[in-house]
Write a protein that binds this ligand. Structure first.
Ligand SMILES: [Zn+2]
Length: 397
């Protein structure tokens, strides 16, 4: 089913959302449309600290309760975009997926809080308006948003729950040079890592997700460490028996807007809903999921090996350079570069690795750790052999 959905994606993508950071007015327009559509029930379940409405969108009338939320961290919007795609898909008809939609509608009730931390989304920060990381607030519930999420889930008592995030682009699959595009975690609900029925349900969905995407993302799928962290919602909800699966969108090469991962999220989630609606998830094992390597931080964007640090070329070292995301004066995401570290960088893999042994520096150019750059140049004789701005140009719009 995943493959069929993937091939059909362009026909159901919500084309009004083009970028990770989209406007609040567009979001409100979409919510309004879903509220008016007979297939959905949109209900206000509370407000953020700054008074933004937190909505639940419900689809389906079935006995199997599934919940999901996105953007608990305000600057992690990939899954929110995928949810908009899913709602667009669900409202389409007279195509090859009519019976698919009917099976979902009759068998499951899919409760979603999209864009949960709307204050953080508006300012494009991980934390809430109060500066609280919601995903470390599951027990104390200092933030109003955490209390709303916790009470909401307790009311639904879901059999499956999807906690949808973006993770740092520079996580690697284990210590390999492969960027972790998608990471999964069937969280543990206790300090012993017990495979409770709730965790097994989540693990089987994770196993299915892995099988669905390993062909298109070879060696690019990881799992998170399952060390118990009761401050996190994933672990807390697993302890309550909610079948919780964490799904993280990581990096995707030069696709910084993560168009490819948005598509994968939409198709993975629809396929997961279908497998739950038809009970086919029950035949999954945990084996492939359990074999996944964990996320590690062994990647940098660009690694220059043995590059000159000073203009007389007398001192050389490895230079690790990473993209840095900032919000520009128009509220758009803009990229520059930061020298993350220098010296012996042999523990890191560069997504781009360049042997700079023969490079010469440019007059007046200073290489400084933690300094932000838009341009760096090296040359060999008369020829420019490296320009940092060439790499900025590779970023896909
Ligand atoms: Zn997150």
């Amino acid at each position: 089913m995943y493959q069929r959905l993937s091939e059909y994606y362009e026909a159901f993508k919500e084309s009004r959302i083009k970028k990770r950071r989209f406007s609040e007015s567009l979001w409100n327009e979409l919510i309004q449309e879903w509220a008016e559509h007979p297939l959905f029930e949109v209900r206000e379940i509370g407000q953020t600290f700054e008074g933004r409405v937190i909505n639940q969108v419900r689809f389906g009338i079935g006995p199997m309760h599934i919940c999901a939320w996105s953007q608990m961290h305000g600057d992690e919007a990939t899954a929110t975009k995928a949810l908009a795609d899913i709602y667009h898909f669900l409202t389409q008809k007279k195509d090859q997926f009519d019976s698919f939609r009917e099976i979902l509608h009759q068998n499951i009730s899919f409760f979603v809080i999209p864009r949960l931390n709307a204050d953080g989304a508006a300012r494009w920060t991980r934390e809430t308006a109060l500066g609280i990381d919601m995903n470390r607030d599951a027990q104390t519930q200092y933030s109003p948003e955490a209390k709303i999420l916790s009470d909401w889930a307790d009311e639904i008592k879901p059999t499956f729950a999807f906690n949808l995030h973006d993770q740092n682009r520079l996580y690697s699959v284990g210590t390999s040079p492969h960027q972790s595009h998608i990471a999964l975690l069937a969280t543990t609900g206790d300090a012993h890592g017990t495979w409770t029925p709730s965790r097994i349900r989540a693990g089987k969905i994770a196993n299915r997700m892995y099988k669905n995407i390993t062909g298109e993302l070879p060696n690019q799928i990881a799992k998170w460490s399952d060390e118990y962290n009761p401050r996190a919602f994933g672990d807390t909800f697993q302890s309550r028996g909610y079948g919780l699966l964490l799904l993280e969108s990581g990096g995707a090469g030069w696709d910084l807007e993560k168009h490819s991962l948005r598509k994968i999220n939409a198709c993975l989630l629809l396929d997961a809903l279908y497998s739950i609606a038809t009970d086919s998830w029950k035949t999954e094992s945990l084996e492939l999921y359990q074999q996944l390597q964990t996320n590690e931080r062994c990647i940098v964007d660009i690694k220059l090996k043995n590059a000159p640090l000073q203009c007389d070329n007398s001192v050389r070292a490895d230079i690790a350079i990473n993209l840095k995301e900032q919000i520009d004066e128009h509220g758009e995401i803009a990229y520059s570069w930061i020298i993350e570290d220098l010296g012996d960088m042999s523990i890191y893999h560069g997504l781009t690795e360049i042997d700079a042994t023969t490079f010469e520096s440019v007059k007046g150019q200073k290489i400084e750790k933690e300094k932000i750059y838009t341009q760096l140049q090296f040359h060999e004789g008369e020829n420019i052999v490296f320009q940092l701005s060439d790499y900025t140009a590779k970023i896909q719009p």
